[in-house]
Design a protein around this ligand. Sequence first.
Ligand code: SAT
Ligand code: MN
Length: 597
Amino acid sequence: MASTQAAAATEQAPTKNPTLLAWVAKMAAMTQPDRIVWCDGSEAEKQRLTEQAVKDGTLIPLNPKTRPGCYLHRSNPNDVARVEHLTFICTPNKTDAGPTNNWMEPEAAYTKLSQLFEGCMKGRTMYVVPYAMGPLGGPSTKIGVELTDSDYVVLNMRIMTRMGKAALDMLGDSDDFNRGLHSTGDVNPDRRYICHFPQDNTIWSFGSGYGGNVLLGKKCLALRIGSYLGREEGWLAEHMLILGVTSPKGETTYIAAAFPSACGKTNFAMMIPPKEYAGWKIETVGDDIAWMRPGPDGRLYAINPEAGYFGVVPGTNYKTNPNAMETISKDTLFTNVALTPDGDVWWEGKDGEVPEELIDWQGKPWKKGSTEKAAHPNSRFTAPMSNNPVLSAKANDPQGVPISAIIFGGRRSNTVPLVLQAFNWTHGVFLGATMGSETTAAATGKVGVVRRDPMAMLPFCGYHMGDYLQHWLDMQKSIPQLPKIFQVNWFRQDKNGKFIWPGFGENMRVLEWIVNRVQGRVPTQETLLGWVPRQDQGLNLNGLDLPAEALQEATSIKEDEWKTELKSQEVFFEQLGTKAPEALMLQRKLLIARLDG
Ligand code: SAT
Ligand code: MN
């Protein structure tokens, strides 16, 4: 489409915002779509787009009796996860992106990607998707606009964000919005780039149609650009769930917890406490991302910038996460799961019998007993948070919730004990900074390898990791009532490779200890690594079928393992060079001295 046509299309735009109109026209002139459609977020629009997506094969309708309002999408098999090696932070200086990010010089990146975007939407529609990250009108809320040629992306953004007219109204005439440009291109991994330009509040994503690569509000804006803005503006953008835990006495404590992708954030945020915890209640504020800023009363307040959940499907069932099962029972988009003959979806770890026959995630016939997975290990659901039976009323509160505890948790089969509390904020930042985790299917690459993943932000930090850790340390000065910091590990294994701790709802026992510590109710025991539950007044194990030796193993601290761990941490800190914060290096020295003493 010629640029005159682009100009004509922007004339029909439901906004007079000059910066927005000029930018849309410029991007349209480059990508040359046949049509430009401004999304308003209405039901009619959803219906229209869904019908069209069904017609063009993007979505397969599921059985309206068993999965009302649900659809299945199969992505290109070469495009099933985030691609960290193709994700770039484009800052003028390489050092600003730091050693843990891929870097491209901004002008070089714009030039390279312009060649790909040039004319890439010929014959296609460009959707203009205005969206808000955070409750509308809130002080922490940010506006983004994503231009995309994928109706699947639009339908996902509609669930994951507050999308459409309301976001455009909030933006008004302001030029303060994130500029996101996305095209699926030809879904060729050789021409796939996810580029972030923090200085320009801009994201360009080409060649993918998958989740975190293309739903630009999520990892790209809410975390990579968000973390950059957070440092400039004095707040924190974190890869954390947010939950409220209410005791039988009616006291609610809000907690934020960082775990890497596919390590159980959604399960933890929706947990149902075991029967011994009658009267306790967990409510979800968020399952993936927290934006946290100091509030007027000196506490740290968190909002969930998202409006939906993009969760891992395999392993989800009525035992591991009944609330997620309810959440995905309607109005949900499934990506890369298997299809049953009666039009329902299936995945490894779903309740009930394994079906005799299925169509697998690639659309191929599948038979029970096959060695191939029917659902991709990183298959996902996209579901509105309003479906969640335990959604906190505070999820829509623009002010957010006051955070009393921050938890860092990795996936570690050894070394890291079940739970410990940091001695203080600096030590807590050290625990977060030195987090390690075994890799999962959420990103392409080898699964099960331990890598350092500071605060679960390794793939999501939009600037130098050393500066990021220093920013965390500096935040202490602006939060008079600091949250307490904890470290957990649900994933410790025994000699036979079996998980020792039962996890899921039973994590309530650890959570209760954390709440009790925050409220100053239980004594604790000091160890080399931090404070742990005392044997007498520690974890409530009533009704839990766990032998004493198993608990002992799950909570043990083995000095030889810690010597290996410290070596691996050293490699990470060396990578940060002179930007490794002094306070963390001192924490490291203290720990070494304690272990050697
Ligand atoms: O694909 S996403 O980045 O959205 C999910 C995840 O890896 O956490
Ligand atoms: Mn995530």
